[in-house]
Design a protein around this ligand. Structure first.
Ligand SMILES: [Zn+2]
Length: 417
């Protein structure tokens, strides 16, 4: 990884490096992760390389800060992130397929061997014991709590299911029958154990007090009314509705977080160049290196004001792209008008509605990109701002998007005056 990192990444843009991170660095350890649990220190090192690649152009000696928190970058693109693979979660999702095979009794030699050698005693399910067996198997069985979160069991023999704590009823039995549970001698007993053993072994002291006895009756009713096919194995099925395990679906479930603004999903689908989309993503996250951000990062500049106007305002992203007199002039030529009283996300959504043309986002992203380039030209190359130059650059850039975008966007853009 280190060799590849320093070799290519310095020649690439942010978006190129993002692709490199996702398609090369995240993919390199995959075959290993399919079988073995990566030690945390290895995951940490991989993350360091990936961060250096994305934010520091592969320079492993640079001590710069990441523009965006790594946790945010690891979120899926439609949830506001960059879709970088979370190695630990990916590793877990890949390894859970062994638990799937084990609990659903796949017809495989290792599954049969593990059940017969390690778990011949069926009164306690495998996950309720302290881990036994090879280091590899111990790593796998320790993932059971994660497995449990995404699965439900429908018991038959009942030897792989905890009577009291596993989710084979709507609510765990220990919560449904708390008084009865407090009298059990075997909180880690399987359903099979409960069905086969006499009450004296399961509960103590007997007789049970009235409330617990009532609950025992209820539990026995549930057990008797259920159809137990003792020749069949227990079936574990998954929250996505089938009993076939999918690492991809499990990974998606692990990453599920409250949805971020719909704008994030929206930008990645636009017909703009990847680079411009990445830039706009930074803008939406307010992580563009404006003078205001540099001040927030405690970097000393002689002047933090906007260079595009003489209003004397601090150069925040909101000012630079929307409030500044020069950018206002730019937006008028399109025309798009912004309601600056709204918060930025609502402001964009409202302008989108008013604009009434599906190519709004391509135009918005391109226009912001040219404003940013003009600003950089003034600061770093002693350039001038000029609305006619801006217009020409904007038109050229839109023509490029026309060539690249899918046909519907492309024709809408070329018809747009
Ligand atoms: Zn300004």
């Amino acid at each position: 990884m280190e060799r590849r990192l320093t070799g290519i990444s310095k020649f690439l843009s942010y978006n190129g490096r993002l692709i490199l991170v996702n398609s090369v660095f995240s993919a390199l350890p995959t075959s290993y992760m399919c079988t073995l649990k990566l030690p945390p220190v290895v995951i940490k090192q991989i993350d360091i390389y990936r961060k250096h690649c994305l934010w520091d152009k592969g320079d492993i000696n640079r001590k710069g800060k990441c523009l965006v928190a790594w946790e945010t970058a690891c979120k899926p693109k439609d949830q506001g992130g960059l879709g970088i693979i979370d190695i630990q979660k990916q590793n877990e999702a890949l390894l859970l397929k062994f638990l799937d095979k084990f609990y659903n009794r796949a017809d495989l030699p290792w599954v049969k061997l593990t059940w017969s050698k390690l778990y011949a005693n069926e009164s306690i399910p495998p996950h309720a014991r302290s881990p036994v067996g090879s280091p590899w198997w111990k790593d796998i069985i320790k993932l059971f709590p994660i497995f449990q979160n995404i699965s439900t069991c429908s018991p038959n023999k009942g030897n792989s299911v905890l009577l009291w704590s596993d989710n084979w009823m709507e609510q765990a039995a220990k919560d449904t029958f708390p008084q009865l549970y407090s009298f059990t001698r075997k909180p880690k007993g399987s359903i099979k154990f409960f069905l086969n053993e006499p009450l004296e072994i399961i509960f103590s002291p007997l007789p049970l007090p009235p409330i617990a006895a009532e609950q025992l009756e209820e539990l026995q009713d549930i057990m008797h009314n259920r159809h137990w096919d003792l020749n069949l194995n227990d079936i574990w099925s998954y929250n996505w509705g089938t009993s076939s395990y999918s690492s991809k679906k499990a990974y998606a479930l692990f990453l599920k977080s409250p949805p971020d603004s719909q704008l994030f999903k929206w930008i990645w689908k636009s017909g703009n160049l990847g680079n411009h989309k990445f830039f706009f993503w930074l803008l939406l996250r307010d992580r563009l290196n404006t003078r205001n951000l540099l001040r927030r990062k405690h970097m000393h500049l002689d002047d933090y004001t906007c260079v595009m106007c003489s209003q004397g305002c601090e150069e925040t992203s909101l000012h630079l792209f929307f409030e500044c007199s020069f950018s206002k002039e730019c937006w008028e030529t399109i025309p798009i008008s912004w309601d600056l009283n709204l918060n930025p996300v609502d402001m964009i959504l409202q302008a989108h509605l008013q604009f009434g043309n599906p190519i709004f986002r391509e135009i918005l992203i391109t226009a912001c990109w040219i404003i940013w380039n003009t600003r950089n030209g003034i600061i770093f190359e002693h350039g001038q701002k000029n609305i006619h130059v801006w217009k020409r650059q904007f038109r050229d850039e839109i023509a490029l998007v026309c060539n690249k975008a899918r046909p519907s966007v492309s024709s809408a853009l070329s018809n747009w005056k």
